[in-house]
Design a binder for this molecule. Sequence first.
Ligand code: PEP
Length: 247
Amino acid sequence: MKRKLIAGNWKMNGNAAANESLVRAVLAGMGDAACTVAVCVPAPYLAQVQALRAGTALELGAQDVSEHAQGAYTGEVSADMLREFGVRYVIVGHSERRQYHAESDAVVAEKVKAALAAGITPIVCVGETLAQREEGRTSAIVKRQMAAVIHTNGHCISEIAVAYEPVWAIGTGRTATPEQAQEVHAVLRAQLKAATEHADRVLILYGGSMNAANAVSLLAQPDIDGGLIGGASLKAPDFLQIIAAAR
Ligand code: PEP
């Protein structure tokens, strides 16, 4: 059985004091977790959380990375910089970045490449809007988003993680049913299988209002290998219940 991954996406939340109590509570509660646990924190807090997690099993993640290696890109953070802070995962192509920062499929694919080159596992987010789902275009949308990443990254594609995050489920309290999520995960798995013989080792996470109540049934699906958790990752008891559900 594959070891599942539960990754918290703090988004633009937190402050030094709140981060410290949250990380300490997660560390105190996660014990010898059966899954890999990561927190993807705002860039200014990477050093703080790196220090708090030192010597523990909690992995550190970032929420974005530049597609460029270095240079005149004001405000950007490179993959090598993330690596210096012990970052193991980076979220790439989150729907909020695609929506508010106009990140195209091509840019997302280049960011994946930059992360892989630095030895960081990109968590590549794909997902459809409500309108796209209602038009019956869910598979076409996620396949298009994934195709760009496969095209740019070739055989390295087996080194990524994927998060299926239906846009209509993010932060809305509306979750995909386990069957709806599994259906899309199976589509993504098949697409990965056509691209690499190692598709089974790619972790495909579900994200979108995952919480303590729905985690068990979502994580029981054959192609759901973990979760990308937004709101619930900011409350240690909720995050810990999701971690406990991932075995
Ligand atoms: C996310 O932003 O990646 C996410 C899944 O958020 P939430 O769990 O709050 O829906």
